[in-house]
Design a protein around this ligand. Structure first.
Ligand code: UGA
Length: 442
């Protein structure tokens, strides 16, 4: 293993913290820098700002070994040999990507390091950004101090630590072989393909991957519509389609659609990049459209079952954008709940990780009428319907007979297709999934 000191900018964020803790546990002296002073103070004490399975243990062991340092001072990067940029890339109106944080991070690192450092951009940035950053360093007479590499991140929330140890591939975009070798040499488990390529290819691979995942989900949600109308069952159709090895079984689960901080944002950014290049991207637009529609479908299904929603009591299971996380950024669940509340329904939520105590303060002003339950059964008690929005594994083992006895009216709208419709019908539950053709008989 090379004897390197590594700096992480954005070390208190999801990508940065996993990268920092992972590299420290590999034996690199790793300095995680973040502008958020409160976050840094907590991390110095081993307190994490979000939930990610296995990450707390990794951070604790990094702190114990003293190989992991958290700091709010960029001066600590003086001895850094290489730095990863893991800062945020917020969306601008129209979906384009704000790059100020990335640019500031790159120039701050280049100004601080004492010897030439390799700067690897992990944040998802539009194609052409690494070249632009390299030019920026030249303009600021900092190119002696830093070399830019594009090293996109493929971690998924909820499995990020596992993804760090077992990457599907490592992509390194650079203008020359030396910097690429350094990044590829940091951590590349045997048998993991390493693609050393140009800056632009590396940046495009990241967008291509996320956009394709989004397309797969929207495609299966589109087919789900026809399954419903024709009496089919999308779960069987997905299985049959996904068994073709050219297609593969992943990301073919129909439901309320994709959400979270990456897929939708990257899709919008990519559409913006097409438009900037004078091109249209109707396929990507359609994927976004279908995804938005899924959110209305679950609400209209509730309306169909209940008549109007005004005055109705509805239990919602799941608030996070996917299982294994407490992340609420761009989650589909909030717009759905907003629709319910604005239609006059009373909403009670259960989520295994989020509750009244951990519900962020800014959200309480955004959705003040939310009620909380500490179990799915408590959520269901006396309700007119139950809506499932996140596929938490614990929901699959719910005692359905008990759940039914809690509900005042046994209507379950399932945006994640967790249960067998026949079993639900046998229990007397009016069960409505996504893309399951029993709908046609109603
Ligand atoms: C996504 C990519 O999967 C990662 O490879 C990538 O590194 C990451 O974005 C990123 O750019 O940082 P993530 O946003 O953590 O990861 O979550 P996903 O597992 O992709 O799930 C996104 C959404 O799609 C969730 O709401 C999930 O419930 C939904 N989904 C997923 C479906 O509706 N159906 C499926 O079949 C699969």
């Amino acid at each position: 293993m090379p004897d390197l000191t590594v700096g992480i900018v954005g070390g208190g964020g999801h990508v940065g913290l996993v990268q920092a803790a992972g590299l420290a546990s590999l034996g690199y002296y790793t300095i995680a820098y973040d502008l958020n002073a409160a976050r840094i103070r907590d991390l110095q004490k081993g307190i994490l700002p979000f939930y990610e399975p296995g990450l707390a243990e990794l951070v604790q062991s990094g702190l114990k070994s003293k190989l992991l340092e958290f700091t709010g001072k960029i001066e600590h990067f003086r001895k850094v040999d290489m730095a990863y940029i893991c800062t945020g890339t917020p969306s601008l109106p129209g979906g384009r990507t704000e790059l100020l944080q990335v640019e500031n991070a790159v120039t701050a690192v280049a100004r601080t390091v004492q010897k030439q450092a390799v700067i690897a951009v992990k944040s998802t940035v539009p194609v052409g950004t690494a070249r632009r950053l390299s030019r920026l360093l030249q303009q600021q007479r900092l190119s002696e101090k830093a070399v830019i590499v594009s090293n996109p991140e493929f971690l998924s929330e909820g499995s990020a630590v596992d993804d760090f140890w077992h990457p599907s591939r490592i992509v390194v975009g650079s203008a020359g072989p030396e910097a690429a070798e350094i990044i590829a040499g940091i951590y590349a488990p045997p048998h993991v393909p390493v693609i050393k390529t140009s800056w632009e290819n590396a940046e495009m691979i990241k967008y291509g991957a996320n956009a394709f995942l989004a397309l797969k989900i929207s495609f299966i949600n589109l087919v789900a519509q026809l399954c419903e109308k024709s009496g089919g069952d999308i779960r069987v159709v997905s299985e049959g389609v996904g068994l073709d090895p050219r297609i593969g079984p992943y990301f073919l689960e129909a439901g309320v659609g994709f959400s979270g901080p990456c897929l939708e944002k990257d899709l919008r950014s990519l559409i913006g990049q097409f438009n900037d290049a004078g091109e249209e991207a109707p396929l990507l637009e359609a994927a976004l459209y279908i995804n938005q529609r899924q959110r209305y479908l679950v609400v209209s299904r509730l309306k169909k079952g209940l008549g109007e929603l005004k005055g109705k009591k509805i239990a919602v299971l799941g608030l996070a954008f996917k299982p294994g996380t407490d992340d609420l950024r761009d989650t589909h669940t909030l717009p759905v709940i907003e629709q319910l509340i604005s239609s006059g329904a009373e909403v009670t939520v259960h989520d295994p990780l989020l509750g009244a105590v951990s519900w962020p303060r800014q959200m309480s002003t955004f959705l003040p009428d939310l009620r909380w339950a500490s179990s799915p059964y408590e959520a269901a008690e006396g309700k007119d319907a139950l809506l499932i929005l996140t596929a938490w594994p614990e929901y699959r083992s719910i005692n359905l007979a008990k759940l039914k006895s809690c509900l005042a009216n046994p209507l379950v709208v399932d945006g994640r297709n967790l249960f067998e419709p026949a079993g639900m019908a046998a229990l007397g539950i009016d069960y409505r999934g996504v893309g399951i053709g029993a709908e046609v008989e109603r």
